[in-house]
Structures are given as C-alpha cells and as structure tokens.
Design a protein around this ligand. Sequence first.
Ligand code: ADP
Length: 562
Amino acid sequence: MTTNRVKPVENQLARELLNCSRDVIVALDEQGVILVVSDSISKTFGWSPEEVVGKAYGIFFDDSCVTSSNEYLAESFDSEPNPVQPLIAKRVDGSCFPCELSLHRLSSAETNACYLGVLRDVSALSESRKSLRNNLERLNKTRRALKRKEYELIASQKNVYRARQAKSEFLANMSHEFRTPMTTILGYTELLRENLYSANQEDLVEIIHKNGTHLLQIITDILDISKIEMGDFEILKHECSLETILQVVVSDFLKPAREKGISIFTQIAPDVPEQIITDPVRLEQVLWNLLSNAVKFTESGRIDVRVKVCPSPTKEQMVQFEIADTGIGIPTEKLKRIFEPFSQVDNSSSRNYGGTGVGLALCKKLVQLLGGHLSVQSKVDQGSLFCVSLDHHAEVHSQNREDAAGLVREVVSGVPQGQQPSGQKKQLGGAKGKVLLVDDTKEIRTLFSYMLNKMGIEVETASNGQEAVTLLNQFSLQRSAFDMILMDMQMPVMNGYEATQLIRQQGYQLPVIAITAHSLITDREKCLAAGCTEYLSKPIRYEVLHEVVHCYLSQNAAILSH
Ligand code: ADP
C-alpha cells in the first residue's frame, strides 16, 4: 500500500481489506492522480504500487481509451453512482486486456482523495461472453438449417404424397382397363360354354376360358402386390371352415393334376379346429398359388396338402398348412430369394415353365397380413415343402368330428383315375324382378342382360348415369319400377357415384349394387358413401351375380313394407 498526498492507511484491518481484493482498488484526487493503490496492481498490471502513485490514472489504459477514461472521470464527479465503464487496460509490458472500471466520488473532506475506483480484469468473462456469442451464432445457424430441412422435408413429403396419389390413380385405371375386357372375355366364354354344338367347340372354349382365367390371375396378383405395397389392401377376418377352404382350393387342381398323372392327397390332423378366424379369401388365394406351383413344377409322384396344429413361439398354437410335392425342387442358393417379387429359378428365355415370379412374393405378403409366416424347404429333383403357419385364434369347436379319435381326415383327394368329383356347382334358385342395368360398355350390358335374363329377371339398360336418372324419372320413381339398380361406377357423362347420390336424393330406396372394375378398398368405401348397397368388382361370375341379385331381391319385400 503506497500513499502520496493522502495519509497512509494505518488501520491494519482496513489495509488487509484493501489488499485482499483481486480487483485493483485505487484512490484518485480530483484530477485523476493516483493517491493510493492496492497491492493487486502488481499481479494485474506488473507495476509496483510505488511506481504508479502520483501518476495520472490514464496510465492504466490503452491509448485508445484515454479520452473515454477522462470523460468517465468527469462524469463520475457529478453522477452518483456512475455505471461501470468498459475499457481496455494496458500492462507494464504493453499487453492489453479488457477491464471494467467503476468510480465513486468520495464525500469525505478528510483527505484530498476525491474518487475511489475499482478496476476489474474481465478477460475471462469476455472470453466466455465471446464463446457464448459464438455458440449462440452456431445455434442460430443450426436452427436456420433445421428450418430449411423442415421445409425440404415437408416439400418432399408432399412429393411422396403426390407420387402415391398418382400411383394409386394409375393402379385404379390399370385395374379398370384390365378388368373390363377380361369381364367381357370370361363372361362371353361362359355363355359360349353353355351353348355348345360340338365336343370340338367345347375344347376350344375351354382353352379360351383357361387362358383368360390365367391372365386374370396374373393381373390380379400384380395389382394385389401393388395394393399391399401402397397399404391399400383389406383383410377381412372372420370365423370360417377350414375344410371348406381346402375343398375349394384343392378341387380346382384335381383335373390338371390328374392330367399330369399326379395324385393330390389332403389330410387334416384330428386336433385341427374346424373353424379358424382368418380371411378365407386371402388364405384361399395363398393356398391356391402354392398348390398351383406344386402342380406346375411336379412331373410325377404326388402332392400332399396337410393341415396340423403346431406349437408357436407365443402362447397360442398355430395352424400349419403344408404343401409338399415331389417335383423339380429349388436349388439351395435360389431359396433365399424365392419370395422376392419377379424371382424365378429359371428366368431364361428357354425356360420350361411359364410364370411371372409374382405369386410367391404375394403369398409371403398375404400370409404376413394374415398374421403368420410362410417358409420353404426344397431339394433339387426331390421336391419342395411350403409351410403356411397361422395363429388360428379360435378354439377347437365342441362338435368333434366322427374321425377325431386319432384318425386323419381325408378331405379331397385327387387320384389319376379321377374317381373324385370336382367342386360341386351350387344349385341356383330363380329370382323375379326388374333390374336397371347401367354400364357404358355395350358388351357388358349385353352380357349382364343375358345373365340376368337367364335368372328370370327383366332388364332395362342405360349407358350412363344421366340416362339412368332420366329413365327413373320417366318411371316417376314408381316403387315397383325397378327392384334393383346395377350401377357401373366409371362412366362418361355422369358417373355412378353422382348418379347414385342423385337417385338416393330423389327417394329411391331399393338396392343399388355398384359394379366397378377398380378394386381398391377406397373404391368400396366411396361406393358405399355414395349410397350404394353393395359393391361388386369386375369380372363378376354368373354365380356371384346370381347370389347377390337373389339375396337383395328377396330383401326388397321387407324394405317396401316399411
Ligand atoms: P411363377 O410360378 O409365376 O414363376 P412364383 O412366385 O409363384 O412365380 O414362383 C417363383 C419361382 O419359384 C418359380 O418360377 C419357380 O422357379 C420357383 N417355385 C415355386 N414353387 C415351386 C415348386 N413347388 N417347385 C419348384 N419350384 C418352385
């Protein structure tokens, strides 16, 4: 502690207080001459207290701050308390550092000290401020980049949505374009079948029908796989008879297997429940595909279709369908990719077997949607075994089969000699009524008219929605004018959706059955929302049309009595 024209700080406590501060504490006279300075001056500035006492306090600052330090001194004389002043301090070696100075005017007249100053080295603080500023800047940059990414993401989401939308529309149109001619081809082939003159013609028509059905199968498989990929695929699970499913599937292959000299044996183990909860249409589709391959790729021997119950990794048991053949088998290295779309063991131009390579990929996806899994084991020239395992969710029904005592049930077996009957045709009853048939394709109008007439039903036709509405108005919406409307949904002038809405608004209460060549879930919902009673997807087989028409005509009496 050094003094000049002030009395030395004699009080021991006061001296220690002054010197224990890390800041530099200084007393100045009115002109800013240093009178007393704390020992911390040495550590902060490199001067000894004696070296600075008697000098102007501007010695502490860099030349750039001389003016501002003098102004601050003058201001501090009048204003009390004066705010802290940031300045650049200069050490004895000429190096600079940021500091903060606060000056207080002293009121005591005891000494000639006029100001008490506290000078603080804020280098560390300003370093952290600087790094905080940098971090803030970086943060802002990141925030801006994030915002940009968000916009990009939203834009690409919109693109994905638009692409999905376009794909969906394309699929719907494709579906329409494929199914409309297929409806005509298959429908007319069915008609031809019934009006044959010679056995020779029968063979020809059979060929057309077989190939048409095959083509439709391919189209359906490709559309189905696209629909699954788009998430536009409906699974409708309910309790259904396992035996019926097997019968439907196996009976389709008895004849082709017989022609190749192969036997199909079907066995259901006794502990397999009679009813399972699943989507029977989709399960049939899977088993149909697998059996179709088994027949296609087997030249001799046998095909076994077995159903059994097996334990599952979860608590529930699983029903397992096995389709085993003694065919050409699949090489081990090809097995890994066999469930990938368009994957075929032999895809050369000289291959022996036709096919698209879509069937197994579709089966895999369908089985997953059904809540199960599909696997395969195979050996070249020995045969293949495809297994479909499903959670059956249903208890074994109480009415046990006669043969449940341990015997295996044999449902449908095909033997080369062909003693087994193929799928029985349902006996169709007659129906009465008058139907308004609305479709823009002339061939379809002729076909469906023929089918309906065959059922004993009178038919009036219209070629678009507008014509249908006009016709209904002409008949003044008489309650008995038309017992049912069969409405194509995609038509020029006025489509089926608009026409149905209009007809419903005008008070028509009887069934309107939508007929569409699209087959997406959304179409079904759209048809029902427009006011349709039921939805049928083209191509429609005679039996299906008969069943629907018959069912709704018999319900009409109940509707009209209300
Ligand atoms: P596709 O039969 O139309 O070619 P799939 O997806 O049903 O298409 O089958 C893909 C390929 O898997 C077939 O081309 C064939 O090489 C092989 N494959 C499928 N099932 C069998 C089978 N039971 N025996 C031998 N090979 C089979």
